[in-house]
Design a protein around this ligand. Structure first.
Ligand code: SF4
Length: 194
C-alpha cells in the first residue's frame, strides 16, 4: 500500500502569499530534492502514513474549524503526491500546495504556489501556477523581471537569514520600483505562531 512520509500536521494561519491570514491545516511532507542554503524548515523526520491515516489526522484538526483550507507543504510535497490519489476531497475545502516547481503537481490540487529556487526555469514543469513567490535575492532580479508578465500573482518575499536579519528594505524597494509584484511578509513569524 502506498504511504506518504509526513513530517507534521498542524492547525494555524497561513502566513504567506495570497491566503495570508487564512486559518489552515498544514500537512508538511518530509524530504526535499533541493538544498537551499537558507532553508529553515525541519522536514527530514517523517512518519509513514496511508491515505486513510493522513485524512483521519487532518479530519481531527478540521473538526470545529469548518472553512479552514488545507496547505500541502514541505519539504517538497510534489515528490510524493499522486495524480491517481486525490487527497482531502472529503473536506470540501480548498487544497493548496507550496512547491519549489521542480516536479509536476497533480491536477486535483486547486491552488498552486510555486516558490522557485536558484532561478530554476518553470517552463514545462508547473506551467500554470496561481502564484509565484520569490525569496528575494538581488542577483536574481533579471530572473524575476523575466517573469513579471506571467499570468498569475507574483510576490516577493524578503530573505530571512539564519542570524535573524532580513533583506526587507531591498525587497520593498524592488516592489515599489516594479508594481507588478507584491510584497509578501511572513505574517506567522510577525505574530509569533507556527
Ligand atoms: S525547496 Fe524549500 S524545503 Fe526544499 S531546501 Fe529549498 S527552502 Fe528548503
Amino acid at each position: 500500500m502506498y504511504t506518504y512520509r509526513i513530517n507534521e500536521i498542524f492547525y494555524s494561519i497561513q502566513g504567506e502569499g495570497a491566503f495570508a491570514g487564512t486559518p489552515a491545516v498544514f500537512v508538511r511532507f518530509s524530504g526535499c530534492n533541493l538544498r537551499c542554503p537558507w532553508c529553515d524548515t525541519d522536514h527530514e523526520r517523517g512518519e509513514e502514513m496511508t491515505r486513510d491515516e493522513l485524512e483521519d489526522a487532518v479530519g481531527d484538526l478540521m473538526k470545529g474549524h469548518e472553512g479552514a483550507i488545507v496547505v500541502l507543504t514541505g519539504g517538497e510535497p510534489a515528490l510524493q503526491l499522486r495524480e491517481d490519489e486525490p487527497l482531502f476531497r472529503c473536506f470540501n475545502t480548498l487544497v493548496c500546495i507550496e512547491t519549489n516547481g521542480t516536479r509536476p503537481v497533480p491536477g486535483w490540487v486547486e491552488w498552486i504556489t510555486v516558490s522557485p529556487k536558484n532561478a530554476l526555469p518553470l517552463r514545462d514543469i508547473v506551467p500554470t501556477p496561481n502564484e509565484l513567490k520569490f525569496v528575494f535575492e538581488p542577483e536574481h532580479i533579471p530572473y524575476y523581471l523575466s517573469m513579471q508578465d506571467a499570468d498569475c500573482e507574483k510576490r516577493i518575499q524578503p530573505l530571512a537569514r539564519r542570524d535573524g536579519t532580513t533583506n526587507l528594505r531591498e525587497a520593498l524597494e524592488f516592489v515599489l520600483a516594479h508594481p507588478r509584484f507584491k510584497l509578501s511578509v511572513q505574517l506567522h513569524k510577525l505574530i509569533g505562531v507556527r
